[in-house]
Design a protein around this ligand. Structure first.
Ligand SMILES: Nc1ncnc2c1ncn2[C@@H]1O[C@H](COP(=O)(O)OP(=O)(O)O)[C@@H](O)[C@H]1O
Ligand SMILES: [Mg+2]
Length: 227
């Protein structure tokens, strides 16, 4: 039987902060089918990033089960998580996370270089990813020579270079002006619609919502459908 791409079953995540325990996620159950574009809205500190990190094999839950592509990932070691993450997930962050001393091409190729793939294969994949985001002509530039919108497009190319099944975007427009935000959102929407990527995007503004096939919200670590 087909399984959802992502499944969380009664997942909680707590963090220790001195003597206190912070309940970042409380008893969250959730499924994402292949091909969905889901937005996750909620105020700062509500648990959006934690939610994305758990489904994206960045971190493990305190309790409950997480499945990615039908495989349980909630009890994996850090090494096991990173192996799954490198294969299945592409991350887009609010602050781009580009390496300032590397060119655009090197930044995009980096995930594959770390996997020890063949140089010719890496070149072809990096060139394809950069063409997909419209930055073929900026391959030799450094991040500081780009606008914020262009930097985020580089980060998008890096996220899709290995053709992951799941794209996780954590407030990808949070650091962009409205024109660049629009461009980045349209690019992600195209990747969903034309290239078939499944997207889960955290946001605290309203703009991305119209691209979504489904919306959920998080308040104080609790998930609600249809926000
Ligand atoms: N590594 C961590 N250590 C301790 N507390 C954390 C950690 N990561 C997140 N938190 C706390 O968990 C809660 C949810 O955080 P987060 O998932 O980052 O929310 P959001 O992305 O919605 O802003 C917040 O109270 C935050 O301070
Ligand atoms: Mg966050």
């Amino acid at each position: 039987m087909a399984h959802p791409l992502v499944e969380l079953k009664e997942v909680s995540k707590t963090y220790a902060a001195g003597d206190m325990r912070i309940h970042a996620l409380r008893d969250v159950s959730f499924q994402a089918e292949q091909g969905e574009f889901i937005t996750v809205s909620g105020p700062s500190g509500s648990g959006k990033s934690t939610f994305l990190h758990l489904m994206g094999a960045v971190d493990a839950p305190t309790s409950g089960e997480v499945f990615l592509g039908g495989l349980e990932i909630s009890r994996l070691s850090d090494e096991g998580l990173s192996e799954i993450r490198r294969k299945e997930v592409g991350f887009i962050h609010q602050f781009f996370h580009l390496m300032p001393t590397m060119t655009v091409y090197e930044n995009v190729a980096l995930p594959l270089l770390l996997q020890g793939r063949k140089r010719a294969e890496i070149k072809e994949m990096a060139e394809n990813a950069l063409a997909r985001v419209g930055l073929s002509n900026r391959m030799r530039s450094f991040p500081r020579q780009l606008s914020g919108g262009e930097m985020q497009r580089v980060a998008v190319a890096r996220a899709i270079i290995h053709k992951p099944r799941l794209i996780l975007a954590d407030e990808p427009t949070g650091n962009l002006d409205s024109g660049n935000s629009q461009n980045v959102l349209e690019l992600v929407a195209e990747l969903h619609k034309e290239d078939g990527f499944t997207v889960v995007m955290a946001t605290h503004d309203q703009m991305p919502l119209r691209y979504a096939t489904r919306r959920v919200g998080i308040t104080d670590g609790r998930l609600e459908e249809g926000c």
